[in-house]
Design a protein around this ligand. Structure first.
Ligand SMILES: C[S@@+](CC[C@H](N)C(=O)[O-])C[C@H]1O[C@@H](n2cnc3c(N)ncnc32)[C@H](O)[C@@H]1O
Length: 347
């Protein structure tokens, strides 16, 4: 990075941190995104997690790196000691690759978001345990949860479930393929003084869970469906590709959604296409990405989100079109003598 770029970057970081700190601190939040490629398209994400800075170098066409001196200057601009700066490189994966663990420190840090506590691990994996971009969506779930049953699918470390508990949900079901993530979800419940034993944690493949819950006629008021873009765990019978599978997942959720209930569907695939026409007309679909994107992600939203309500009934836009030759007004002409030249010659 040129000296001039570094100077501009550090000045942007200083101002941005000041702005975001005064916005988030009164809200009980100490983790937020400070830099999101927002200057000169630098392939860099900088997130604050409590007293730590978590910097992700994005692998693009050109290899981007930071020298020790540049890291010191960035840390200085963010008033953070260099020992509290963690730097990772996010490689672009091909479809069948998954991120390997980076370290095995197993150090947990507790951060605050909207007055709730979450445990993150900043060293060992590319993802920290808390996806900052869904802060607003989680808040929305908390506001809607009182007295409701909430199902959190692809739950990861259970952050949506913790918000549902904080909002007074009557039943919370947290589903993930990974026992490790479900244990972390339980830790997040405990970190907020909610007893995990009072709620359901299910280790399952969501595709199977949806089928079995429908067979058992289980229903929930609110369903959160925030799947990964791609998943091919050995614990699954199939591969999940969100663009191919979203319709099946959403329709599966509607089979177990209570009348009057809400499904929140989100994903992070940048060129994802939602084809409303594929859905039965009884399902009402509204994109709410604007509402679920908080100030620190406005310049570059990381997810897209939809609210779906209604029923699994009605037409999709894909029924076969009626054949043009068969309407009744043409059928009647078979009975009446035709008025054209041919009919005259026949009679
Ligand atoms: C991107 S995270 C989902 C983010 C999460 N919704 C949140 O709010 O933080 C992906 C999660 O999906 C889980 N997963 C992947 N495939 C799955 C499947 N078929 N059934 C259940 N969980 C799955 C992974 O174990 C991981 O915890």
């Amino acid at each position: 990075m040129k000296q001039e770029t570094l100077e501009k970057l550090t000045s942007i970081l200083k101002n941005r941190q000041k702005e975001l700190r005064s916005h988030f601190t009164p809200l009980g939040t100490d983790c937020y995104r400070i830099f999101n490629r927002s200057y000169s398209n630098l392939p860099l994400l900088i997130d604050r997690y409590g007293a730590y800075m978590h910097i992700t170098l994005l692998e693009g066409e050109e290899q981007f790196a930071l020298s020790e001196d540049q890291i010191k200057k960035i840390a200085g601009a963010l008033y953070t000691p260099v020992e509290k700066v963690i730097i990772k490189t996010r490689e672009s994966l091909t479809e069948h690759q998954q991120y390997a663990s980076l370290d095995d420190k197993q150090e947990k840090l507790t951060v605050q978001e909207n007055g709730l506590n979450f445990q993150v691990n900043l060293h060992d994996y590319i993802d920290t345990g808390l996806f900052l971009d869904h802060r607003k969506t989680r808040e929305m779930v908390r506001e809607e949860s009182f007295g409701k049953s909430v199902l959190n699918l692809f739950s990861y470390t259970g952050s949506f479930s913790v918000y549902a508990a904080s909002g007074g949900a009557s039943r919370i079901t947290t589903v993930d393929l990974s026992a490790t993530y479900l244990d972390q979800a339980k830790d997040n419940f405990r970190a907020n003084d909610f007893l995990p034993g009072a709620f359901e944690f299910v280790q399952a493949d969501v595709f199977k869970f949806l089928e079995e819950s429908a067979e058992q006629k289980e229903k929930w008021d609110i369903i959160v469906l925030d799947p990964p873009t791609f998943s091919n765990s050995r614990k699954m019978d199939r591969t999940l590709k969100i663009q191919k599978d979203y319709l099946e997942l959403i329709l599966g959720c509607f089979k177990i959604l209570k009348g009057g209930g809400t499904l929140l569907f989100s994903n992070n695939l940048s060129d994802f296409r939602f084809h409303k026409k594929d859905f039965p007309s009884g399902i009402k679909i509204q994109e709410i990405t604007d509402l679920t994107t908080d100030v620190d992600f406005k310049n570059r939203p990381a997810h897209k989100c939809w609210e779906l309500t209604g029923f699994l009934q009605g037409r999709t836009g894909h029924e076969p079109k009626p054949r043009r030759t068969s309407p009744d007004r043409f059928k009647s002409s078979k009975r009446a003598p035709r008025q054209g030249r041919d009919s005259r010659s026949k009679y």
